[in-house]
Design a protein around this ligand. Structure first.
Ligand SMILES: *Cc1c(COP(=O)(O)O)cnc(C)c1O
Length: 436
């Protein structure tokens, strides 16, 4: 029986091996060793283009698509984003440094985060960042002081909690009231912040920002949030006399991890957003402002796979079968963090039926060090190459050296060939900062 492949970017070669975007993955595992991250540049570009095209259709030229750097932040991604016309966001000095290091224009970046340090604010203003999304009251004074010191005026937005339940995992849901991010509307905090901004000569209050959560499969929460934000936007301009011009609606658009997942296609999501925004703007008698979205996962996730080599295969009677691999939570902590599930395949025998139900385990000293639990897989043998799908987002960017495992390399696939863009860490790298 022929297995259904994860997406049309995958194929089975004549030798029975899994091919991703023209690259034979069993061969790639030999060439680049495992574990290793692989990112298809073509899929990243395809996703960027889908967003750019859909946004242009809805909003003409008054829009931005800002890639959420935290999904995968490394120098190689920024030239790709730039050539596709995207902006990007950063949430730390380290992400900002990486984007600038890669030659990304500071003007096309915006900075958010609930606890930016003074150093980070200085770094952002100094480099000429596009805008800063303010998250708490004292950040207003601190940022104003930095700008006054450098004699630079910068555009700022306020991060707002629209009070929307995104129906996703609690830890990746960020739009409700009891949440560490942003200002509430009902409790009046956003108006207090706006008033403070009106007294700051060096801060150009240009808009509002929200982000309701991540891996959201429904359209409606985005529509509701957009409506709340438009109402607030109109109120601040009409009643309070501000001249806001930009509305950032965040990211969080769901992607397919498991065969049964049914995310909203990008064009449909964006056209729904466009419709909601036009409706609420006309209701409040305002023009549609410049609309910015911040997709991270939905740009990079399905562009990536991780390859591992199968080690021990343990069949525990009356329990489950554990297939252990040469990586785990250090390269992909998402099961440990959220009990996230992944689809996988034995790349050596990709066309063979997935006749077993197995749990894929890492090699760390934690029972929670799993990659995926009770999923169908071809019978696995020591030495097989295991491909885990949809692992482009929040894997490398969340990687650690737990149990002193060196971080795997990132290999970009271009025209069917792999190119290392982040080299594998060595044992020397592990002790580099140790002081004896
Ligand atoms: C995480 C985050 C995003 C991106 O979320 P995805 O689920 O990766 O699309 C966008 N904006 C903000 C403020 C975020 O924190």
């Amino acid at each position: 029986m022929k297995q259904e492949l994860f997406s049309n970017h995958f194929a089975v070669g004549n030798n029975g091996c899994l091919v991703f975007d023209g690259l034979d993955l069993v061969q790639a595992a030999k060439t680049f060793k495992t574990p290793a991250y692989f990112i298809s540049e073509a899929v990243v570009r395809e996703n960027c283009r889908a967003y750019m095209r859909a946004m242009r259709q809805q909003f003409g030229e008054r829009f931005k698509v800002a890639y959420a750097s935290k999904a995968l932040c490394s120098s190689f991604i920024y030239p790709i984003l730039q050539s596709e016309g995207l902006n990007a966001d950063v949430v730390s000095g380290g992400e900002l440094y990486t984007a600038l290091h890669a030659g990304f224009p500071a003007q096309k970046l915006h900075f958010h985060g609930n606890n930016k340090t003074d150093d980070e604010l200085l770094q952002a203003v100094q480099c000429g960042i596009g805008s800063v999304v303010i998250d708490c009251l004292d950040e207003i004074e601190r940022l104003d002081a930095v700008c006054r010191h450098l004699e630079k005026k910068i555009p700022v937005l306020l991060r707002v909690k629209p009070g929307v339940d995104a129906h996703t995992h609690e830890f990746i849901s960020t739009g409700h009231n009891d949440c560490k991010f942003g200002f509430g509307i009902e409790d009046g905090q956003v108006f207090e912040a706006a008033e403070m901004l009106s007294r700051c000569k060096f801060l150009d209050f240009c808009g509002l920002h929200c982000h309701i959560g991540s891996q959201v499969f429904l359209k409606e929460p985005f529509g509701i949030a957009a409506g709340v934000m438009v109402a607030l936007f109109a109120r601040l301009n009409k009643e309070y006399g501000f001249s806001l011009r930009e509305l950032i609606l965040g990211g969080g658009f769901g992607v397919r991890y498991m065969p049964e997942d049914t995310p909203v296609p990008i064009p449909e999501m964006v056209s729904y957003l466009g419709q909601c925004l036009r409706e609420s703007c006309s209701q409040h008698g305002i023009d549609v402002p410049e609309i910015v979205i911040e997709p991270g996962r939905s740009i990079i996730c399905t562009a990536g796979v991780i390859l591992y080599t199968v080690g021990s295969v343990k069949k525990i009677p009356h329990a489950r079968t554990y297939v252990s691999v040469d990586g785990g939570m250090p390269d992909n902590p998402r099961y440990a963090l959220y009990q996230a599930q992944y689809d996988a395949c034995i790349a050596d025998r990709a066309a063979q039926e997935k006749s077993e139900i197995v749990t894929i385990a890492g090699k760390c000293c934690e029972s929670g060090d799993l990659i995926s639990r009770d999923i169908p897989l071809q019978p696995a043998r020591r030495g097989d190459t295991l491909c885990v799908f949809s692992t482009g987002a929040y894997t490398y960017s969340m990687a650690s050296n737990y149990n002193r495992l060196p971080r795997p390399p990132v290999v970009v696939i271009q025209n069917g060939c792999g190119r290392v863009v982040v080299r594998r860490e060595t044992y020397e790298d592990l002790v580099r900062n140790d002081v004896i």
